[in-house]
Design a protein around this ligand. Structure first.
Ligand code: PEP
Length: 249
């Protein structure tokens, strides 16, 4: 039985004061949650106040990206050890906005995943096809490439510690959600890839989240699919009440 995960990605939104106000509203709504893991990924500048605000609650804090090197002359970057030091328990890797706007590659994502695992926290690897790729019949090819590139050379034990997020790019921030069946089909394909690269047992334990315009009114249908182990939520995670209602699906 895979434990569900509901994760929120704030992207480049919220000041420290807004983060504090958000958690004051969210914590009472999810305090008694035992059915899933809850993760929130604020921007770097709001990590410290967020970590403080979720102490003693079921919520953990994630970063939205990191650098693959332990330290060095990389202006503007943050390492895995720095994020652990800041109280992060997870990190989003290769979000489609990083791939699209900041040149993220599968090779770099792989390096980041290894560094995150070595630092002792959970990488959430994002994969997903563009609309043109889906319409051109290339969805499986793209997912296979992003998956195998991202998890290359991980041991089975390391692989068991990652979370995968299937986020079709055409559904992110567009209000256009993949149907639960479309998402489940992609998840099944990714699980087959995991079984082929590792073992059927490791694949069966892999948690695969769906992301792309998840809202309070479509989460139930998505979570009804056995292949869908949770959600990575962008826009709707910015509102504490909306995010709580997704958590309490
Ligand atoms: C995301 O940013 O990962 C995402 C899925 O965004 P949204 O929920 O707004 O589509």
């Amino acid at each position: 039985m895979r434990r569900p995960v509901i994760a929120g990605n704030w992207k480049m939104y919220k000041t420290q004061a807004e983060a504090r106000a958000y958690f004051s509203a969210l914590v009472p709504l999810v305090r008694s949650c035992v059915h899933c893991d809850i993760i929130v990924a604020p921007p770097f500048t709001a990590l410290a106040v967020s970590v403080e605000a979720v102490k003693g609650t079921p919520i953990s804090i994630a970063a939205q990206d990191m650098h693959g090197e332990p330290e060095g002359a990389f202006t503007g970057e943050v390492s895995a050890a720095m994020l652990v030091d800041a109280g992060c328990r997870a990190v989003i890797i290769a979000h489609s906005e990083r791939r699209q706007f900041f040149g993220e590659t599968d090779e770099r994502a792989n390096k980041k995943i290894k560094a995150a695992l070595a630092a002792g926290f959970t990488p959430i690897l994002c994969v997903g096809e563009l609309l043109a790729e889906r319409e051109g019949g290339k969805m499986e090819e793209v997912l296979a490439r992003q998956f195998s590139g991202g998890v290359a050379a991980l041991t089975g034990a390391e692989f068991s510690r990652i979370i995968l997020a299937y986020e079709p790019v055409w559904a992110i921030g567009t209000g256009r959600t993949a149907t639960p069946e479309m998402a489940a089909e992609a998840h099944r394909f990714l699980r087959q890839q995991a079984a082929a690269s590792f073992t059927p047992e490791r694949a069966a334990g892999l948690r695969i989240l769906y992301g792309g315009s998840v809202k309070p009114d479509n989460i139930k249908g998505l979570m009804a699919q056995v292949e869908i182990d949770g959600a990575l939520v962008g826009g709707a995670s910015l509102n504490a009440e909306a995010f709580a209602s997704i958590v309490n699906f």
